[in-house]
Design a protein around this ligand. Sequence first.
Ligand SMILES: [Zn+2]
Length: 394
Amino acid sequence: MESPKITKIKRIPESSEEYQLERKKNKEYNERYPQIAFGERALKRINNLKDSKTNPDKHIVLYPNIKDKISDVLENERINLLELCEKRTELFVNFIKEAMTNFDLQEKVVRLISTANFEDTPVDQAVVFLKNNFSKLPNDLLEEMLRFHVAEFQRKSAEFRRQLPELISRFKSMVERAVLKGWLPVNVELLEKRIHNEINFMLYDNLMEPDNIMLGGYNIIEGIIKINSTLSESERENVIDHELTHVAISGRAIVKSETEGSSFGSVTIHQKFGLGFENYKKPDQKLIFTWLNEAVTESISMLLREGNVVSSFYVMERNILKDLIGEGMSQDLILDAYCETEIPEIEGVRVPAWKKFIAKLNEMKNGKGITWLQKKSLECDEYYEKNSKKHEKK
Ligand SMILES: [Zn+2]
């Protein structure tokens, strides 16, 4: 496919009203679409069907055989779950384990087990039983499991929303402390805007997106930080710190591009984001920096936490960073390059710190620093491809 022809590029400052307004609008738009849990749509349909039985006047369509319809809906969800079991067994097992934390459900399942043993706990036996007999599970029990799952997701989401202001203010004071200490070159005013004008925070149900193997994620275009609902409170805190580092600390260079023949009008592109820089002449160049960018992001979020530093995330990537620093890449230069935001009004080199970082990288590894990083990035890609089931990307 031929790439679209870009006819006009305009650099815009991050602080400009044009950009800020666009981000705000984007946030408000995405706010209208909260994440839903697996089973939520099916249960809504079931509720409507049950409702149409008791209040037939309310519905234009009357279902002659509501029980069959409900069975169809449940059967469909059962198939979805069984397919999920094939694809990502651990998500399916989590769904079962979660249901077995409900005492009522647990009792009902244990009653179905004909040959109980005394060695395992009733919960363990129920989990194994459900896993092996899911296709034969009575419909009413399946419906109850789905209801419990949806309720749990909603409970967790509400709890997350309650915790959020505290998590954000904790992050902000960590950044302010780092700026005062002088090691983090960030504009605190922009930080405020980036967090409050742009971002929606949402928990997501991994069962709804089984291909997503991340613990969390941030998409700068959508302006959404998504956190996996299965995480514990402290894991959630670490992931939030990491994602907020992407959002609030990594610097940007923003351009508006108008594409010839496009009906969309102009499109906002984050040409630079953290260490990544999109180069239209070398379209894959940004990808070289993906993992190093993650390493720097995780390292900053660890440094922010000062004494309480435990992270099992991005170990392989942080080793690439360690290697570079060990061979003379300056930590300050990396931080400057990562945090640097373009100010288009300033004439001359667009992002001087980033350019300096690239020049230094070029010098390293006997003048093959970029090629070396490219090779390392491919190794990371391959690793994640192989270990996609148990990996720790976020
Ligand atoms: Zn990340």
